[in-house]
Design a binder for this molecule. Sequence first.
Ligand code: UDP
Length: 470
Amino acid sequence: VHHQTKPHIVMVPTPGMGHLIPLTELAKRLVRDHNFSVSFLIPSDGSPSIAIKSVLDELPETITYTFLSPVNFDDQPEDVDIETIISLTIFRSLSYLREELKRITSSKHVVALVVDLFGTDAFDVAKEFGIPPYIFFLCNANVLQLLFHLSSLHESYSGEFKDLPQPLCLPGCVPFPGPDILAPLQDKKSGGYKWFLHHSRRYRLAEGILVNTFIDLEPNVLKVLMTEQLGIPPIYPVGPVTKSSSSNMPVNDGAGCLKWLNDQPPESVLFVSFGSGGNLPCEQLIELAYGLEMSEQKFIWVVKSPSETVNASFFEHTSKDPFDFLPDGFVDRISSSGLLVPSWAPQIQILSHGSTGGFLSHCGWNSTLESIVCGIPMITWPLFAEQRMNTVMLVEDAGVGVRPKPNENGLIVREEISRVVKMLMGAGEGKSLRSKMRELKDGASRVLSENGSSSISLLDVVNKWKNPAC
Ligand code: UDP
């Protein structure tokens, strides 16, 4: 068999932009700094979105990708949860994955198979080919620690997490109030809970787990996880792995955000976005519109059509015009202070623009890391997945964000929104949040520098991949 000289890595992302983006960014680092070649094998249930294609088409030529044959979900109920769909997408793709691995291993020297947090069912196929399986864990280390404890929590506590009398205290972790624990774990009968239990038990089968975080951000829990514990694979904090704002590729900015920002004063603009999958219910969307208007601050808002399902846009984008749902006359009234963008904006370029001074975010982990890398303090507005845990860390632990309080009906009213926006963008408390976020930003750039802890962690994995016997 002819083996190319470059060691090769196969990456298998599960569906979702928040999974694909950090995996491709990790791949770029491995190719650029460590002389690997990488191929993506992508399971899916249909044709990829434009956003996914644009990420893949920007990859350098040492990174290739293949879509596996689509899988079918006709047997699933309409209200099936997202974790089930994501996990089944991989599970039902295993035979296609096997075919592709057969093809790739015939010409390339594959040294590792890397999956994300939902991809553990691919381990068995990797092992058939003698390829060591690794996880790139795309959430933070507090969440990873929770998942390592999930199986024993499952055995020892039969109630629901939301009913915990005290916040959950795990070794090295920030104390998490029951209702803030990972959303899919809140209902033990749900498919999401069962899949997390399944995957978290299988995490121990990985040869190693790379985590998208860094020491300065979570020193305590990383210390616990990195001192050898029985049955836990080696943990490598390699983050923040985020998109770079300075690529040579043209930026997809149909709404002209960057040009608009050029005309605004430094740090004067609040960026408002709920990630690729987040949606607000109609009443909440309207309240947010009034709240932004009342705050009299400048803003860019990525508006998506409302939905009662918080993660409705994760896979599908409706064709409805999101602006139709805004209050009457709103678009005209805010035209000199705000810019409205339908559905998708060049987030990392916006966050790294000097006119941006705050980020109202759903606290997806990628968005959180991007905000840290750019030193932008946050208004935290968690919706689903592990976003409430991220919020607790940002607000209670790191002190770089403010969390608006909902009223007794769960609605965040306009007065509250206006209050936190003014606070974040203003000179008082906002200033302290900003300076703490700057410290984190400096930490993030230090750990990624040549002798920084995340660079060294990545080098440890790289050496293991290049010299498996060591
Ligand atoms: N993103 C973007 N423009 C948008 C929305 C999202 O570029 O309008 C990017 C964002 O920069 C981040 C990713 O998509 O890299 C979203 O990941 P995150 O983990 O924050 O949230 P998710 O979309 O998975 O809920």
